[in-house]
Write a protein that binds this ligand. Structure first.
Ligand SMILES: Cc1cc2nc3c(=O)[nH]c(=O)nc-3n(C[C@H](O)[C@H](O)[C@H](O)COP(=O)(O)OP(=O)(O)OC[C@H]3O[C@@H](n4cnc5c(N)ncnc54)[C@H](O)[C@@H]3O)c2cc1C
Ligand code: FES
Ligand code: FES
Length: 495
């Protein structure tokens, strides 16, 4: 099939075709500089404040669905096959959109710099369907939108008022038509714009990606761009060759079986959240706090692993659960244990032309007790200082095996192998038998001091998290061990 030399997306009911742009062009720059649509604001330019929020419409199970994304760290090319809705589009014939009107009615805007972002975040909540959101749903949805003047109470009140009933606007009435247009845009062709020296490419299949990446192993793979976007806007790096993974058929598939969860590397947090929560509620809670709604709508689990960050949230949890990664290239596929993938700071076991294709996570069985705790300075939308993940197996009150992994404690996400060994045979009802394992964390890790935490804090926290996991697994009620995020439905008591 011939390549397509342009990207195409829907905006204001029309197909927009763009054929000539720098591969690094962000959606925000294109909107403000090229299209002069300046309603969308630039605040932090790093995905943190939400001022640049736009809504992206796409098909999910054949139905149109809107998600908020940060335009400052999305690349223009990533829009291919999607619908774009920006704040300048909403008011029609002098009439405000219901979410805009609600913000006015509740006096929820002062300087208005953040307001366009809130409007677009609320637009996506307005279209989310399902039961009317409660206050906690609204605060979760808007955790990635910062306002420095009005205060959040009137904004949340406006959200509750506007989103109480089913969506009733031009976008809702045009939903079927839009869905048909989006299906027509999905032509299954590889996209390639530019020259061999500078290009934006978006292959439509794993095979197409493998071929292209084998030819250009120095190209930058981009999934959700929630990391790569910042390389452009903050590190001012030149990324002349970009291969976007968002159009690959089946790359975001999520397959749940009785014994495992298999995630396509392109599965976003938004889409994988429910399946990850079904592995264990603590994993679901960490993912709920990962970034913001905007970050979770774009960011992928594969990107979190492939970036090799020592403070990524999913790798320690997946290591503790014993996950494996399928790596693919033009030469075929191989499978590696998740913990073996991380070799050293900034170095992963990934050969030229190889990409992360799938992640397979064994489902914990009934004798295995999982606990995951994220420690960050701010509760929502903050990178972890330390993340502790535990899978402990017990029989007759004694621990028979342990898998423990931490983020933020070393140059890579890493298992605490000495502590794991020291824990085997420990008695769940005798905290003094836990002590060798707690002390062993000092052998396993020599953490560093940085802006997120001091080395001493990290070590002390890692020990405290192990004690907390053991205390809970020994039977303590999580309403007593946690300030928030207690495990729904009570605790399993270890055998
Ligand atoms: C505001 C904000 C808040 C954040 N909060 C958190 C947080 O709380 N916890 C956390 O862990 N992270 C957080 N992040 C970081 C980021 O969202 C995650 O690391 C995310 O999972 C990256 O996924 P992505 O799809 O956006 O990756 P991208 O940015 O597209 O790519 C990241 C890296 O992975 C490579 N890559 C992507 N996919 C593949 C693949 N399939 N094969 C090989 N290489 C690949 C890219 O080349 C790049 O090196 C935050 C980011 C922002 C902007
Ligand atoms: S400008 Fe702050 S999130 Fe984009
Ligand atoms: S109204 Fe001023 S920052 Fe939100």
């Amino acid at each position: 099939m011939p390549e397509r030399r342009s990207i195409r997306f829907l905006h204001r009911g029309e197909i927009v075709e763009v054929g000539n742009f720098s591969p690094m062009t962000t959606l925000l720059d294109w909107l403000r500089i090229e299209r002069r649509l300046t309603g969308t604001k630039e605040g932090c330019n790093e995905g943190d404040c939400g001022a640049c929020t736009v809504a992206i419409g796409s098909l999910r199970d054949g139905r149109l669905s809107y998600e908020p994304v940060n335009a400052c760290i999305q690349l223009l090319g990533m829009l291919d096959g999607k619908e774009l809705v920006v704040v300048d589009d909403l008011a029609a014939n002098g009439t405000l959109h219901p979410v805009q009107q609600a913000l006015v009615d509740h006096h929820a805007s002062q300087c208005g710099f953040c307001t366009p972002g809130f409007v677009m975040g609320l637009f996506t909540l307005y279209h989310a369907g399902g039961p009317a959101p409660e206050r906690k749903d609204v605060t979760d949805w808007l955790a990635g939108n910062l306002c420095r003047c009005t205060g959040y109470r009137p904004i949340v009140d406006a959200a509750l008022a506007a989103c109480a009933g089913p969506a009733d606007d031009g976008y809702a009435s045009a939903a079927d038509e839009t869905a048909q247009e989006l299906s027509r845009l999905a032509d299954g062709k590889d996209v390639f714009l530019g020259s061999e020296e500078r290009f934006f490419a978006a292959p439509a299949s794993r095979e197409g990606l493998a071929r292209l990446y084998a030819r250009f192993p120095d190209a930058t793979l981009v999934a959700g761009a929630t990391d790569v976007g910042l390389w452009i806007t903050k590190q001012l790096r030149d990324l002349p060759r970009i291969i976007h993974l968002g159009r690959i058929v089946g790359f975001a598939d999520i397959i749940e079986t009785e014994d495992a969860l298999t995630l396509g590397a392109g599965a976003t947090y938004r889409d994988a959240h429910a399946a990850l929560s079904r592995l264990d509620p603590d994993i679901g809670e960490v993912v709920r706090r990962l970034g913001s709604r905007q970050v979770r709508a774009a960011g992928t689990v594969g990107g979190n692993i492939a970036n090799g960050s020592p403070i990524g949230d999913t790798p320690p949890m997946l290591i503790a659960l014993g996950a494996t990664i399928d790596l693919a290239s033009a030469d075929g596929e191989r499978t590696v244990k998740m913990e073996d993938f991380f070799i050293a700071y900034g170095r992963q076991d990934r050969r030229p032309g190889e990409f992360v294709s799938r992640i397979r996570v064994p489902r914990p069985n009934s004798g295995e007790h999982v606990r995951c705790y994220k420690i960050s300075k701010r509760f929502d939308q903050d990178i972890s200082a330390v993340l502790g993940a535990f899978k402990l197996c017990s029989a007759a009150g004694k621990l028979t095996s342990a898998r423990i992994a931490y983020g933020g404690m070393a140059a890579t996400p890493k298992r605490a192998t000495t502590a794991e060994q020291a824990l085997t045979g420990a008695d769940l009802s005798s905290p003094e038998t836990w002590q060798p394992a707690i002390a062993a964390l000092e052998t396993d890790f020599t953490p560093i001091t940085d802006m997120r935490a001091s080395a001493a804090y990290r070590l002390q926290t890692a020990k405290a998290l192990l004690v907390k996991a053991l205390t809970e697994i020994a039977g303590a009620d999580t309403r007593q061990t946690r300030i928030t995020g207690f495990r729904e439905g009570g605790d399993e008591r270890a055998a």
